[in-house]
Design a protein. Structure first.
Ligand code: URA
Ligand code: SF4
Length: 200
């Protein structure tokens, strides 16, 4: 019964997303990019905005950045039911520019609905745009990255955006370390089994 309810709620939420014209990004989109991974998951990873590959496929992080992210998640034994990947805005900005504040604001209502459906315990903000959208201030990335903070019962961490690591090889190391910290946090919270345990 409750299960059916969640399915219905998701269906309505996805319809709301697909029909959304709350900002100008709706005009040029091929697809509204909502999520991949589990619909309800302990870990939510939030990027900036869909790029070209994502717009075409209708799924977040399926291009080159997505491949790097996926490799990291698999390295730490995450399976798709463990994570929910999404973005601050659901439609592709032209020329892959950063989403504007008004677009981020317009898309917040849907992101809030998504939070209440996914019910994550741990949130990872991928890059400075996600950080700024979440906290309302620009981050100094080297200061904030890799550190967990607790807010309203969520454990939140910021790391570099995978696209940044694609442009600068050295940045792969901190992202790799940070996703390892995320795995350990979920283990400490008894949400995921230890990476070496038999249950895995
Ligand atoms: N970059 C993002 O921020 N999100 C995607 O979905 C793809 C690339
Ligand atoms: Fe709606 Fe978000 Fe797409 Fe703008 S980016 S049209 S608010 S779904």
């Amino acid at each position: 019964m409750a299960e059916e309810n969640i399915k219905e709620q998701w269906k309505r939420f996805e319809e709301n997303c697909r029909n959304c014209t709350a900002c100008g990004l709706s005009a040029a989109r091929t697809n509204v990019v909502i999520s991949r991974g589990g619909r309800s998951a302990p870990l939510m990873l939030i990027g900036e905005a869909p790029g070209r590959d994502e717009d075409i496929k209708g799924m977040p992080f399926v291009g080159k950045s997505g491949q790097l992210l996926q490799n990291l998640l698999e390295f730490y034994n995450f399976s798709p039911k463990d994570y929910h990947i999404c973005n601050i805005v659901k439609c592709r900005p032209p020329e892959n520019r950063r989403p504007e504040a008004s677009e981020i604001m317009a898309c917040k209502k849907l992101l809030a609905q998504q939070f209440s459906l996914v019910k994550p315990k741990v949130i990872v903000l991928l890059g400075s745009t996600a950080y700024e959208a979440f906290y309302g201030v620009k981050p100094v990335m080297r200061d904030v990255r890799g550190v967990f903070t607790e807010r309203k019962g969520y454990h939140i961490m910021t790391t570099f955006h995978p696209a940044f690591a694609l442009r600068n090889d050295k940045m792969k190391i901190p992202i790799y370390e940070d996703i390892g910290k995320v795995r350990r946090k979920l283990e400490e919270l008894d949400i995921l089994p230890g990476i070496d345990s038999d249950e895995n």
